[in-house]
Design a protein. Structure first.
Length: 279
């Protein structure tokens, strides 16, 4: 059994300000007894324009944001899941939207690059997003062992693609991180429903730290940071503003539930191709 924290922020285009806020909230999480604290997507930088992330991106393994994460994890003796930060890619015109996991000694344990990119027009709104214009998609499913169980990593828009989480669970995930910067319209319509669905169908804890409020670019994000258990029950919530929520992760109860309610073991798809029947 361990304690996980989820942090809600309103990040800006000023990296130093974001790191100062993240540092304060990470310290608050540690003081609340957290073994691991999860930051939201874009915690380190939300530019005035989409292209600004190209200038803010750091080389893999070095730069002020990654140094901050290493030093803070080591100082607080706290595992940190850095929701996402821009990391330079092989092309100068795009970056990776990378989620980084550090242990309590400041060692980087895992890097996950967001696979599904947010290229959409919001129905009924004059709102359009083309994340792939400046971001290169990830290609690898990533898991890591943490003090509160085996983690399956993802970022924001990934949550709409259940096949990713099936693969994470097939590889042993016990909790799923979904750091996000959800739009307000899609947040109102789908945020909680998607998170609870992913928890229920995979019999996994879900931890979803979010961006909240109006950012310096004028963009507004939905907030509503949640921690959900394997049965789909909301354990903790922060609807608005900045702050920290925590909850226990009980792997014993999770394992017992998976045994008594063996939905994962009862899966039958995909079936062998020779069993396929044409209608």
């Amino acid at each position: 059994m361990g304690i996980v924290a989820a942090i809600q922020m309103t990040s800006s285009h000023i990296v130093a300000d974001n790191l100062a806020t993240a540092g304060r909230l990470l310290r608050e999480a540690r003081e609340a007894g957290a073994d691991i604290a999860c930051l939201p997507e874009n915690f380190s930088f939300m530019g005035l324009r989409d292209a600004d992330k190209l200038k803010a991106a750091e080389s893999d393994g070095e730069g002020p944001v990654q140094e901050f994460l290493r030093d803070t994890a080591r100082e607080l003796k706290l595992w940190i899941l850095a929701g996402s930060t821009p990391i330079k890619a092989d092309t100068p015109r795009r970056v990776a939207n990378s989620s980084l996991l550090f242990d309590d000694h400041g060692r980087r344990i895992a890097r996950y690059d967001k696979i599904h990119l947010f290229d959409v027009a919001i129905p009924g709104r004059e709102e359009q997003y083309s994340e792939s214009r400046h971001v290169v998609p990830g290609e690898s499913v990533v898991l890591a062992d943490t003090p509160v169980g085996r983690l399956g990593m993802s970022v924001c828009y990934d949550m709409r693609f259940p096949e990713l989480y099936r693969e994470l669970v097939a590889q042993g995930a016990e909790w799923l991180a979904m750091p996000a910067a959800f739009t307000v319209p899609t947040g109102r319509a789908h945020w909680e429903t998607l998170l609870r669905a992913r928890a229920i169908e995979n019999l996994c804890y879900v931890v979803a730290p979010a961006q909240s409020g109006t950012h310096t670019s004028g963009r507004e994000t939905y907030g509503d940071t949640l921690i959900v258990d394997y049965w789909g029950q909301v354990l903790s919530r922060l609807a608005h503003g900045t702050g920290v929520i925590t909850s226990q992760i009980d792997l014993g109860k999770l394992a017992e539930t998976r045994t008594r309610f063996p939905a994962l073991a009862n899966r039958r798809l995909p079936m062998p191709s020779d069993e396929a029947v044409l209608a």
